[in-house]
Design a protein around this ligand. Sequence first.
Ligand code: USQ
Length: 416
Amino acid sequence: MKVLITGIDGYSGWPLALHLLSRGHSVVGLDNFVTRRRVREVGSWSATPIPAFPRRLAAVKELLGKEIEFHRGDMTDYPFVRQVLAEERPDAIVHLAEQRSAPYSMIDVDHAVATQVENITGTLHLVYAMRECSPETHLVKMGTMGEYGTPNVDIPEGFFDVEFRGRKDRLPFPRQASSWYHWSKVFDSGDVMFATKVWKLRATDVMQGVIYGIRTPEITDDRLLTRFDFDETWGTALNRFIAQAVLGLPITPYGKGEQRRGFIALEDSMQSLRLAVENPPSAGEYRVFNQFDQAYSVNELAQLVHRVAGELGLSPTIDHPPDPRVEAEQHYYLPLHDNLLALGYQRTRALEDVVREIFRDLLRFRRRLEARRYVVMPTVQWRSADSRPALSARIPPAQKPPPPQSSEPASEEPPA
Ligand code: USQ
């Protein structure tokens, strides 16, 4: 199959490209390198060194003997999106090109607006371009488990049967997101569901849990590594806990630490996206997959990281800073996840093994962590209308990124 990956330069996009190539699919990529710029904006970088994109492509050619067709551009530019779809007419699109950080979206009004405008506009552009140029294409849209929030009942896969005042219906399960980022995904879901209904497009909405890990079997060389973020805005809790342990900083489960989320290993996330691509829905069908293997509380993650760190001779402490987010710190959490299993999905990686693997990589790249240790502790506060001054104050002047330029250089993207 020919698969277009939007956001191919990102944490999931890059290993997905390698995975699909290894399974005999052909891959077309699209990206504007905004994640690299935005990680720099908060004074950070990837713990794993990421080559400039042309070098990534060259490594794929040299090591795997494969070519990836690439389009550099922005999902908010409709003529560009339309042209890519008209030219490529892929069998499937895996749409990952969205601002993916909840804390980043909560910095201030500009970051909230950028998140929602870019994410929602990009998705609308994609469904319009599909309708115009490639209506048979299957859209695999990256959503998030965070769309559902943490209700006090089980969470179905997208829809549930409801009876109200004597009448029954099957309806979308209520969404209760907890950041401007997560709300952007809710709005996307509504737009994709409507596009399938009104234009008979086919779509899979993937409610993804938190992904962990740096490696997949296809990453056989450092030039093929994917990024690993550990700062307060781009790093997930587990990433940050391991980085904190390596840096000798306290591990930080926020508040009571009983916030539970669903988790999936990077390698298994790639497997499930491939299964979604290889098993398309019919025209007009909108289906939802809850994509995670197991739920853990952040306290459980902290304890696991603490134990593995101890085996490696590290002795981090566990702190409980006040939760900078507005969220339930203790709650019921039981989402269902049967749809992928029905397609043959099988979990291959245990959390503990992957945590050991991440420690090994981070110890190798320890100097890159040390050089950015000031980005780890939280400054973005959900209750504050503007966390920009606090965020900016902790970045040493030498590391401040240059002011944004109206147009980025065409041939090279900033280092990750
Ligand atoms: N947390 C801590 N300590 C930290 C960092 C986070 O306790 O140092 C807590 C948060 O308060 C939250 C939980 O850990 O309760 C998860 O936070 P996270 O930063 O690991 O993940 P989140 O913001 O939910 O977002 C991540 C990805 C996002 C994806 C989402 C899936 O960044 O792209 O959509 O996971 S889900 O969490 O299921 O919504």
